[in-house]
Design a protein around this ligand. Structure first.
Ligand code: ATP
Ligand code: MG
Length: 588
């Protein structure tokens, strides 16, 4: 799995070979320049042998070289940053686009069975983490390893004995800091826990002050709080104390190594003499020692960086894995090659339909029913009885496990989903408004509609009045949260469906209470909308149920009774019970 992830990431990054090569080349140039500066400084020091014995001519050249090396390093670092960012942002842009397209292509089943927050965080946060961690981390790792390798090589070339001292003793500081960091982490955790306990306790105390006072519980609360506060104090002090140890301790170890190198080096120099002559003879010189000291300083830095990068990289890997998981989900089977649904009268039939969300958990079994064209079908039943499921099947959000659904004799499995869904108009309890103008929202189902048609639909649905009173009328920008009332939102949604001229309708009546005037308007708008169209209505209002041509009574996934209001009442069965328990006495 992990190897697979890496391969796929490399494939993504590899789509930008120019940026990738640029990053690698400039990173290498940066490392080379950085490593070359100490060499030059060492050479310079060797040119200063003593009072009156300074080779100014050559020293000048060395200075120039140092200047050039530093500039090259600076420019290379800057370019690495630029190309790196290009690489990172392009990669994440591509991943995001793919993920978003994927979400649109997924069957509803995926979104129904995965928390939405999880899917969102895959597209947004995880993608960010991948770009930060992977692409940035990758170059840091690359330059880090290059720096370490280069430093070791250069030190070994200069003087292998001192080189070994630096190579093996310097990492001591890393172990020390790692050791303390581990302990510090647990202290910090304790501090965080103590703090969150304190916060929730305070929150509780503030919001329940009345209860506490009513029970005369203030003293106990204070004592509890003091205990929690003391725990927080000791955890915070331990955490701060041990974290503040890291810096001095690592510095101490570093300085000790430094001193060791100086001691060792000085002894060698004393043996070999000094100046350019000694350098030429291959002995360690003061300049050589200077070089070493810079390397000793530089050597540990990449280690620390790399360990940080590794954590970041592993995080990025996990996130990339999560995105790839999403990208690998099975999509709805492509059906664009199938023909369009042609609706003539809108007769919908279910023939021996069986369906279950999860295998083995039976829900709808062997259901058959017919809705003649233009008739109203009211679906009633307790919560969880399968009303929404039936609608999911009609719209092909889910496919039946057995049996067939037909529209005017055409099996809906033999036409493309888009044409099926566009023939249905759907108004659900949860109104959905997209962020945009009222006009955009109304024309969402039929973008080719003219403004006259739009206004006519709005008028028919009693929406024109309040829309005209909005600050910019039909051009008012609305969002999901904007200050439209629940009833107004519902009216907008109805007008939207009215405008899209569907052949069949699916309505989920709102149970949310709107004032009676709005309620009357909504139900009038619904009536106009339903005229001449086959309608499936998840009904909550008695008037809707009474006016329906057929009532389907659902119970545990099955239609247990069908018929109209009078015949069903006479049966004294499920419908009768439901009706008497929900609405007034059957006599009225
Ligand atoms: P309500 O009146 O509360 O909206 P409903 O009649 O619409 O109820 P459904 O949503 O059709 O009921 O649910 C029927 C059964 O199917 C329930 O037992 C429910 O737990 C189950 N169910 C619904 N959606 C899913 C799903 N996506 N995955 C698995 N089971 C589901
Ligand atoms: Mg439902």
């Amino acid at each position: 799995m992990k190897k697979h992830t890496l391969k796929r990431i490399l494939a993504l990054v590899g789509k930008y070979p120019f940026s990738l090569v640029a990053v690698i080349l400039f990173a290498a140039a940066e490392v080379a320049a950085t490593l070359y500066v100490p060499v030059l400084v060492g050479d310079g020091v060797d040119l200063i042998v003593g009072k009156g014995n300074v080779n100014f001519e050559e020293l000048k050249i060395v200075f120039y070289k140092i200047g050039v090396a530093i500039s090259v390093g600076f420019v290379a670092k800057w370019l690495v940053g630029i190309f790196n960012n290009r690489l990172a942002f392009r990669t994440v842009q591509e991943i995001r686009n793919k993920a978003f397209d994927k979400i649109n292509a997924l069957p509803l089943k995926y979104l129904d069975s995965h928390p939405h927050g999880d899917t969102l965080s895959r597209v947004v946060a995880d993608a960010d983490e991948v770009s930060d961690g992977l692409v940035m981390g990758f170059t840091q790792l690359f330059t880090g390893v290059l720096t370490i390798g280069g430093t070791i090589a250069l030190m070994l070339l200069t003087n292998w004995k001192i080189a070994l001292v630096v190579i093996f003793v310097t990492p001591l500081s890393i172990f020390t800091s790692r050791f303390i960091a581990k302990r510090t982490y647990s202290y910090f955790r304790a501090q965080t826990i103590a703090r969150s306990e304190q916060v929730s306790f305070t929150e509780e105390a503030v919001s329940n002050l009345k209860t506490a006072q009513a029970f005369c519980h203030e003293k106990e609360n204070e004592a509890d709080f003091e205990k929690k506060n003391a725990a927080y104090k000791s955890a915070a002090m331990s955490a701060t104390f041990s974290s503040s140890l890291v810096n001095p301790l690592t510095r101490f170890v570093n300085n000790a190594v430094y001193a060791l190198v100086v001691l060792f080096g000085a002894l060698q120099i004393a043996k070999g003499g000094s100046g350019a002559a000694a350098a030429a003879a291959g002995a360690l010189t003061v300049g050589g020692l200077t070089k070493f000291l810079s390397y000793a300083n530089q050597y540990t830095k990449p280690f620390n960086e790399i360990s940080g990068v590794v954590t970041e990289l592993s995080g990025a890997f996990v996130c990339a894995g999560r995105i790839f998981e999403l990208l690998d989900e099975a999509e709805e089977t492509p059906d664009s090659s199938l023909g369009d649904l042609i609706v003539t009268e809108g007769k919908v039939r279910l023939e021996n339909v069986s369906f279950a969300y999860t295998e083995g958990q039976k829900l709808i079994e062997n259901l058959s029913l017919t809705a003649e064209g233009g008739k109203r079908v009211a679906i009633v039943g307790r919560t969880g009885s399968g009303k929404t499921t039936l609608i999911n099947l009609l719209m092909r959000f889910y496919d039946v496990n057995a049996g067939e659904i037909t529209v005017d004799g055409t099996k809906i499995r033999t036409v493309n989903r888009k044409s099926l869904r566009s023939r249905y108009g759907m108004v659900l309890q949860e109104t959905f408004l997209k962020t945009g103008t009222v006009r955009e929202n109304l024309k969402i189902g039929r973008e080719s509609a003219t403004d006259e048609e739009m206004i006519a639909a709005a008028k028919a649905c009693h929406a024109h009045g309040f829309i005209s009173r909005l600050p910019q009328g039909y051009d008012t920008y609305i969002t999901e949260e904007v200050n439209l009332s629940a009833g107004q939102k519902q009216l907008l949604c109805i007008a939207r469906i009215m405008l899209s001229l569907p052949d069949m309708l699916i309505l989920d009546e709102a149970t949310s209470s709107v004032d009676t005037r709005t309620e009357r308007r909504i139900s009038d708008a619904f009536d106009k909308l339903m005229k001449g169209r086959t309608c499936f209505i998840v009904a909550h209002r008695l008037s809707t149920i009474k006016n329906a041509d057929i009532i389907l009574v659902m119970e545990q996934g099955n239609v247990v009774e069908q018929g109209n209001h009078e015949t069903l009442l006479k049966k004294r069965g499920y419908y009768y019970n439901l009706y008497t328990s929900q609405f007034a006495t059957p006599e009225n």
